[in-house]
Design a protein around this ligand. Sequence first.
Ligand code: FAD
Length: 623
Amino acid sequence: MRYPEKYSVIVIGGGHAGTEAALASARMGVKTLLLTHNIETLGQMSCNPAIGGIGKGHLVKEIDALGGAMAQAIDRAGIQFRTLNASKGPAVRATRAQADRGLYRSAIREILENQPNLTIFQNAVVDLIVEQDKVQGVKTQMGLDFYAPSVVLTVGTFLGGLIHIGMQNHSGGRAGDPPSIALADRLRELPFRVDRLKTGTPPRIDAKSVDFSVMEEQAGDNPVPTFSFMGTADQHPRQISCWITHTNDATHDIIRSGLDRSPMYSGVIEGVGPRYCPSIEDKIMRFSDKNSHQIFVEPEGLNSNELYPNGISTSLPFDVQMDLVRSIKGFENAHITRPGYAIEYDYFDPRDLKASLETKFIDGLFFAGQINGTTGYEEAGAQGLIAGMNAALQVQDKEAWSPRRDQAYIGVLIDDLITRGTQEPYRMFTSRAEYRLILREDNADLRLTEKGRELGMVSDDRWSAFSDKKEAIERETARIKNLVVQPDSPAGQQLNQQLEKPLSRAYKGEELLRRPDVTYAGLMALPGMIEQPVPAKVAEQVEIQIKYSGYIDRQKDEIERSLRNENTVLPKDLDYSQVKGLSNEVVQKLMNIKPETIGQAGRVSGVTPAAISLLLVHLKKRQ
Ligand code: FAD
């Protein structure tokens, strides 16, 4: 049966990619349908109950700056917030929050249900309707067909999902959810390159059976940070502590003795796992010289007794899981509420995608999230937002947009994926970005909110708050630049008592702020310096922008130089074998990836600056 209503964009999957995709499209005024297995699992965190961290926090702030939901949801669901790398430079500072799973799901669901232009329907999608390499809609399990010119696929770990616990395995999308087998089979018939990846999760533990008195307590930060640029600390629920314990020699012996029944080490699992989130058996094997590994014991929620022991993800048989858990300090009598497991699933080679996340082979079909080879809620959410937005732009007959590497971590993520592909689950790190000083968490709104507004994704409220903040930063920066501190003025005299090298002449405010021993707050505490107190977020920007202006300007020059050829378009029909001087290897790589721009071609591994010069000469001759 054909569903009577026609939609402009259909999003398949209500995980982190799917919810941001559906919301982005609907915010842009486009009639959107979110189709998912189960409405109760909208926004479900499949693994660790936490959002953010180094690199990932940057993505969350960028999603927020473009009007997305993740930061707002965690502000309402976060039970412990911390700023990581707080003592380091602003480029690598990152926010992380422990989530109450239930509250997070409720927050996402509420945002989805109250979004105009968005309809939700619960049913599994089993097929795509494709005619002449153009997507037309989807078929569901109950025989209902939905039609739309753009479809965003965000089905996470569900495609051909196979769950392993020891030598036992069964089909599943994640614990408690069915896999997507029919859809996986259908997608394998389409011309995409498909492979298998693997990820895993630890056993969960009942807090009533744990001795916290022998563990180290870890409290959150005070004052409590917020994630959203629109967020306030009073939105947060009650804040609680996490705990730290460690594995020991006995734990490692138990794990080693169970390896012959490990699906990973006996060759049952074929998919590659996440390098930066390894299972405990992987850690023991890879770092055999270490006799202890840290475990963060994280509560799953305010009204739940379940604990997430972060650091002991495993797919060892259940009897080994029980022994290894009980060998850990504080867990001697622990009761496991859910076993740890690994899951293998299909993913698509992201080099088959354009920067808009539309597939290169089927018009109107977009892929986002774990199916593109990434791991993590934040990476999924970021891709979802871009895919949903581009699906909406396409039906509006507008040009696609995706941030560049110098504009956002989202740009780094997408460019890495579509240019280099990935052979293992890809996660974000600050080290992946070449322009870290510009791509900070604190300025994500200044980098992206104007673009988000232009694209139709930013609400009036957010726009007004952003405009006020931007204006206040500009006003205060100009004021500080013009401030003068005379050495013999009351301010100068007070400052001289604090400085190692006293002022010998009149100093401008910006010169003072660039000194490592002067802070904005310190400057404002001097007599006569403060005119009108500014909000903390404004003060933070003024301080960072002035203090690091030398480095920031240098990085901006670098970006300008690299952008000269970045956006030069490479025609789709370009025959690289006709480009004089290119080696066979480079021709093959470029034919394979078909980069959209010179910038992207330059980042394909093995494509040298000399090859780029040859390409530029060739393009000039074609004109
Ligand atoms: P998901 O969150 O998986 O959402 C997929 C959605 O699609 C679900 O709502 C599902 O119901 C729906 N769906 C699927 N098939 C269909 C269909 N045919 N029709 C309709 N709806 C469908 N990340 C980390 O960063 N670190 C980790 O250590 C980690 N460990 C993990 C361990 C396990 C066991 C699992 C399952 C995941 C783990 N993850 C981890 C990954 C993290 O959960 C994902 O990266 C993230 O959830 C991906 O978001 P997504 O939106 O792409 O997919």
